[in-house]
Design a protein. Sequence first.
Length: 169
Amino acid sequence: MTREPTPPVIRKAGSADLDRLVKLHHTSLAELAGGSEQLSSIRSGTFPSRDEIEETLNAALHDGEVVLLVADFAGQIAGMLHAVIETYGDELLAAPFLTVFHVATDPAFKNQGIATSLFGELESIAREHGIETIELLVWSTNTGAVKLYEKLGFGTVEHRMAKRVTSDP
């Protein structure tokens, strides 16, 4: 008889999680950056440093408008989700809504439902706050994430396009 894997415990992040969250966030950005020649040729910005990630996540731990979740699997941080409650509307979305800024799964836990569990908890939090919409941005070359988000019910509301202009015509 095959035993079902134990699901992770999804909980709000705490200060004790900070170092592991910074490492996971940084690792996931490096993984994304290394996987896309197209984005490397377009991207003119830089990824945040570990110190900048730490500063952002530390501030998130103390901000009531930020949702910082972890997937805790037997004491290991298997994944994280960082979102913000937006209190303004724009031409596409009415306030309040949630914006997901970063989702990461530890490579050792890939394809085990970690991100799905994190989004399930985020939806529960949205309902508790009377929030009807969750938005996110995803790199077009991150096809695994795009497929996951579509499976979770996300759809495209706009396309962001870019072209790198060089000095040679």
